[in-house]
Design a protein around this ligand. Structure first.
Ligand SMILES: *Cc1c(COP(=O)(O)O)cnc(C)c1O
Length: 360
């Protein structure tokens, strides 16, 4: 009897027009698990020892991406942090300086790696929505004077994570690349979410090879692989990168099982990113209705950043979503981040929209 009553009261409590049990996870697009078809492709991979250069599947993945981005060679690595760190290492000498946005992953989220791994300083630029402006690059190139670190590299992030998944178009990239050419700087791309940008702009990735010296792409974000990033560059730079990867402990043996997931994703998971973007736009629109909203960053791809007017309301919204088994990122005292991905379905979206509509 007692338990019948408690069941009854909990079912009354639960009387909300959505399924509280349904877990919705929008913290990151890294949370996806391989689909059955991807696992199948992984299990069927032909493998060998890649440190001996004998893994055909790793080689195929590297060749595929190099061709796709108009470069000669590529290098499969365990993470995007490693591909970024290797790129900075091979493009610089100790005491050099790298220019990037103040919220760039390469600076903010890689454990101070550039300082420790490459002994370089970082010149941090401002700019709306995580993007740096061509003029500000010119203003921050050091004169040739022994007092100053030698400016050597510009690093862009496309899409820009902390900018709300914002896109640099090819024409913006071309303008920055021209500055780099004029001032003899290398240009690196942190393309953790480059495929999100490309499905929106419909630009040809081959063009990227003309502008960037090094390109890092992640397979473990929107593409839905469990592990893996690839650094794409000229043959000469990739030879250097191979040595650095070894020293960083990132040379792997039968890595073809992981590379097979990447090849599968390149075939099957690029076009579907548009679905993630459609759902992200729907979230962005729903958030526009809140009284305490300061701004939703323009939703261009799969990231929605909502900025609120005060900390209290931000935390309330975060807790309310969590109570309803919806998990988002509290990325700043006044900012929530929603990242859509392969495992976030229309059913999840409907629940989120219903839950948001009942917030008070
Ligand atoms: C996730 C991410 C990376 C790489 O992260 P890993 O977790 O090391 O693979 C690099 N740049 C950006 C912008 C990212 O979002």
């Amino acid at each position: 009897m007692a338990s019948a009553i408690s069941n009854l009261s909990s079912s009354i409590q639960k009387k909300v027009p959505w399924d509280k049990e349904l877990r919705v996870d929008l913290r990151s697009d890294t949370l996806t698990k391989p689909t059955p078809a991807m696992l199948q492709a992984m299990m069927q991979a032909e493998v060998g020892d890649d440190v001996y250069g004998e893994d055909p599947t790793v080689y195929q993945l590297e060749q595929t991406l190099a061709k796709m981005f108009g470069k000669e060679a590529a290098l499969f690595c365990p993470s995007g942090t490693m591909t970024n760190q290797i790129a900075i290492r091979i493009l610089t000498q100790p005491q050099d300086e790298v220019i990037c946005h103040k919220t760039a992953h390469i600076y903010k989220y890689e454990g101070g790696g550039t300082f420790a791994n490459s002994l370089v300083s970082m010149r941090l630029l401002d700019g709306a929505y995580g993007k740096i402006k061509p003029e500000s690059i010119i203003d921050n190139i050091n004169p040739n004077d022994i007092h100053f670190p030698a400016t050597r590299v510009v690093a862009l992030e496309n899409t820009a994570n902390r900018g709300g998944g914002s896109i640099y178009t090819l024409s913006e990239i071309a303008e920055i690349a021209k500055i780099c050419q004029t001032y003899d700087l290398s240009l690196h791309l942190d393309g953790a979410r480059i495929f999100n940008a490309l499905v929106e702009t419909q630009e040809n990735p081959r063009e990227y090879g003309k502008y960037f010296d090094t390109i890092s792409v992640c397979l473990s974000k929107g593409l839905g692989c469990p592990i893996g990033s690839v650094l794409i560059a000229s043959e000469a730079l990739i030879q250097k990168a191979r040595r650095v990867r070894k020293a960083f402990g990132g040379a792997m043996r039968q890595a073809g099982y992981l590379a097979a997931a990447g090849l599968y994703a390149l075939e099957n998971h690029i076009d579907r990113l548009k679905e993630d973007h459609r759902r992200a736009r729907a979230i962005g629109e729903a958030l526009q209705n809140f009284e305490f909203l300061r701004e939703v960053y323009p939703v261009q791809t799969n990231i929605v950043i909502a900025c609120f007017t005060n900390e209290v309301i931000t935390k309330q919204m975060f807790d309310y979503l969590q109570e309803n088994n919806i998990h988002v990122g509290l990325i700043d005292k006044k900012q929530l981040r929603f990242v859509t991905h392969l495992d976030f379905t229309d059913e999840h979206l409907d629940k989120l929209l219903a839950v948001l509509a009942h917030f008070e």
